[in-house]
Design a protein around this ligand. Structure first.
Ligand code: AMP
Length: 357
């Protein structure tokens, strides 16, 4: 088996490493700022856990390797201007948008996109960072530091946020997990639920959208597509050419997790439609100290990323999975008691959504 080098050494790289163990694949996450260049040899594969990276000797070295997968795609997806252009070219629904040029006026953005306009940095924004709302009724001007660095999007009055995680192999075969319902707070993913029978009729549409995107880029590996549902329409919010937080539930709820699926695809091993088992819920642990009592809750898997605790930082996640929804709810009730007050809304949302599935 070749070694798979991962550009980036955060939790996604660590979970790829964990998933690689049963396949005897050697996964080596690499810190972009590391002083030592990874010893990549012919036949090794290079993949990423992030779509953007600083220009360092390590990232230059890794991205120039022959085994660097999907080399062309990152420029197209990491910059929102290129990502939105690609979606428009493919005829895939996405929030109407305009480029914010050095001389763009708020007035013209409102004329084209409506009274509430969301500015997003072309590069570098994630977890709701790099966003700025421009409200016509407050007479906001485009802040000078946004001129020439962003795009502007129309506000989408969405019903809910759904994501699709899929994988494609080098022969163009594709597999998909069921649509996942996501709750964000201040742009940060708080909880995911999958599967949901009430959105199953949207699955073919979502698969055809993501399938088209992956085919057009000749993409190999796992890709995630975050969408807004507006009535019976799906509108793409953003794409991630990598394993994704909204697919973490697959560790507990599918016979092949998104992490293993990505490795299978990039190592040219068979990918297969993942059989999904039971009901899954994922709760992100954001800015909260680790609590040993979480480990006692039945039907859960606990992932702790070993990072320093800081407000708003993703520090771990808990997957809850059981064939019966009632058992999932019982576990959630236990967990609710062990997380801080600001999680009450998250648990209320999950409880409500579990009843509607
Ligand atoms: P993003 O950083 O693009 O993933 O956006 C973070 C969150 O901001 C999303 O999950 C939505 O909740 C919200 N958001 C992003 N774009 C829009 C939009 N065009 N209209 C309304 N809400 C949005």
């Amino acid at each position: 088996m070749p070694t798979v080098w991962v550009l980036g050494a955060g939790q996604l790289g660590a979970m790829l490493k964990q998933a690689a163990y049963p396949l005897a694949i050697n996964v080596e996450p690499v810190e972009p700022e590391s002083e030592q260049l990874p010893n990549i040899i012919d036949g090794d594969t290079v993949t990423v856990e992030r779509e953007q990276w600083p220009d360092t000797p390590v990232t230059r070295h890794m991205s120039q390797q022959r085994g660097f997968m999907n080399a062309d795609i990152f420029g197209k997806i990491a910059d929102r201007f290129h990502q939105k252009t690609m979606l428009d070219t493919l005829g895939i629904n996405t929030a109407p948008w305009r480029s914010v040029e050095v001389n763009t006026k708020a007035e013209s953005l409102h004329a084209e996109l409506g009274p509430d306009v969301l500015l997003k940095r072309r590069e570098g924004g994630y977890d709701g960072k790099g966003q700025y709302w421009l409200y016509e009724d407050q007479g906001d001007e485009v802040p000078t530091d946004w001129l020439g660095t962003g795009i502007a999007e129309k506000k989408i009055p969405f019903n809910e946020e759904l994501s699709l995680v899929g994988a494609r192999d080098k022969d163009g075969n594709k597999v998909f997990y069921p649509l996942t319902l996501n709750l964000h707070s201040n742009g940060i993913l708080m909880a995911s639920i999958s599967p949901l029978s009430r959105v199953a009729h949207l699955q073919p549409m979502a698969e055809s959208m993501l399938g088209k995107i992956m085919d057009s880029a000749n993409y190999i590996g796992v890709m995630a597509m975050e969408c807004f549902r507006v009535g019976e329409q799906l509108i793409v919010n953003e794409l991630a050419p990598r394993v994704h937080n909204s697919g973490h539930w697959t560790q507990a709820g599918a016979c092949v997790s998104q992490f293993e699926m990505h490795l299978r695809a990039v190592c040219d091993l068979p990918i297969k439609a993942p059989e999904v088992r039971g009901q899954s819920v994922m709760i992100n642990i954001i800015g909260v100290e680790r609590e040993i009592a979480w480990l006692k809750i039945p039907s859960t898997q606990c992932y702790w990323y070993g990072k320093d605790v800081r407000p708003g930082r993703k520090l771990g996640h808990i997957n809850i999975n059981h064939p019966q929804k009632s058992a999932v709810q019982t576990a959630l009730n236990e967990l609710r008691k062990l997380l801080p007050e600001n999680y009450q809304d998250v648990f209320n949302w999950v409880e409500k959504e579990l009843k509607r599935i």
